[in-house]
Design a protein around this ligand. Structure first.
Ligand code: UD1
Ligand code: UDP
Length: 365
């Protein structure tokens, strides 16, 4: 029996790893161990509850306003004993967070093979997104199993000289959850408040956008909202105090803007489905929105998810106030543009990604 340890620590990693945890646990050929770093706390626990995943280890590293030094060093110091006690046959990490990087490096130091879920995403600009682009490239050097969501991601890895036999195109596990969470008869008191208005859903948290860029985004959104009385904004704000301060300052005193706490993932998926359009700097939302056919204005200068741009659902609008203002306004005023961006497509797979990864591990490990 092979021992697989999955390590994750933030909300998006948990959303994409929990379906895989449950799939691997359903197979008698594996002994499955889950270690969470606790890089996030409340936002991680929300997801663990939804998927009924109980970690075997919790490194509990989160502190308020943590720096990249805090996260990376604390994980490395605390995970060493876990890796040495468990000696797994493989450690699976996900994506591009500091948890991902610190864990992969630790497994490498302990000479334990690493499998990278959501491998091969690239902007080739290590400052955007920061530090995520560096993290995923660095993990790509270490990993011996690379589960790429798309052919484009696979090509990046091939061009970087990775062994083709280590790369598997499996779709993205983000879509696995989406198959079961969205319901047409879903209701929620916040959606009742939206009523017949157009729901504009906002999220923002990127480290490189904290400060001026985030102020620009929120000012642009506020200006457009004031000009369009048929819109209502819901913004489930990330718990980062630096994000909360800017959001609360710029969006205060508007009766058509609601700032709420982060939603559980089932609720959030249904809010996505009920929305007219989304403005975000998130990575994961860029994967989910195309499947739901929801237009997304991506408030970033680069994206590692070009598939959604090619499919037409995503548009990169940068972080300048005037540009976001113009693009947002145009999407509300131009029905043919809106229609063009509202087509559902599935560039990130059909929701069987966890099964595919488990099959590969059963065969190859
Ligand atoms: C992290 C990841 C980013 C990912 C994002 C998903 C890194 C460097 N960044 O960024 O790639 O897109 O998660 O959301 O790995 N906080 C809480 N409770 C929580 C979560 C966060 O209070 O449940 C607060 C804490 O004050 C914490 C701060 O938010 O210090 C920032 O969290 P952190 O994980 O450092 O950065 P994120 O922006 O969440
Ligand atoms: N999400 C959620 N609740 C929210 C906002 C987002 O569950 O209030 C989900 C969303 O569906 C997606 C993921 O969180 O799956 C995206 O996480 P985030 O934007 O924090 O990180 P990123 O994807 O940018 O790394």
């Amino acid at each position: 029996m092979k021992k697989i340890m999955l390590v994750f620590g933030t909300r998006p990693e948990a959303i994409k790893m929990c379906p895989l945890v449950n799939e691997l646990k359903s197979r008698p050929s594996f002994e499955v161990k889950v270690c969470v770093t606790g890089q996030h706390r409340e936002m991680l626990d929300q997801v663990l509850n939804v998927f009924s995943v109980k970690p075997d280890y919790d490194l509990s590293i989160m502190k308020s306003n943590q720096t990249l030094y805090d996260i990376t060093s604390n994980i490395m110091l605390r995970i060493k004993d876990v890796l040495e006690a468990e000696k797994p046959d493989i450690v699976l990490v996900h994506g591009d967070t500091s948890t991902t990087f610190a864990t992969a490096l630790s497994a490498f130091y302990s000479q334990i093979p690493v499998g990278h879920v959501e491998a091969g995403l690239r902007t080739y600009n290590i400052f955007s997104p920061f530090p995520e682009e560096f993290n995923r490239q660095a993990v790509g050097i270490i990993s011996q199993f690379n589960f790429a969501p798309t052919e484009t991601a696979k090509e990046h890895l091939m061009n970087e000289g990775k062994n083709p036999e280590s790369i598997y195109v499996t779709g993205n596990t983000a879509i696995d959850a989406l198959q079961t969470t969205v319901h047409s008869n879903y209701t929620h008191e916040q959606l009742e408040w939206v009523g017949d208005s157009k729901l504009i859903l906002i999220t923002a948290h990127r480290r490189e956008n904290l400060g001026i860029a985030m102020e620009n985004m929120f000012k642009a959104i506020r200006r457009v909202t004031e000009e369009f009385p048929d819109t209502k904004i819901i913004y489930p704000i990330h718990y980062n105090p630096k994000v909360r301060e800017v959001a609360q300052r710029i969006f205060k005193d508007s009766d058509r803007i609601r700032l709420i706490d982060p939603l559980e993932v089932i609720d959030f998926h249904n809010f996505l489905n009920a929305s007219y359009l989304i403005l975000t700097d998130s990575g994961g939302i860029q994967e989910e929105a195309p499947s739901l056919g929801k237009p997304v204005l991506v408030m970033r200068d680069t994206t590692e998810r070009p598939e959604g741009v090619v499919a037409g659902t995503l548009k990169l609008v940068g972080t300048e106030e005037e540009r976001i203002y113009m693009e947002f306004k145009e999407l509300l005023e131009n029905p043919s543009l809106y229609k063009k961006m509202s087509h559902a497509s599935n560039p990130y797979g059909d929701g069987t990604s966890s099964k595919q990864i488990a099959d590969i591990l059963e065969e190859k490990l």
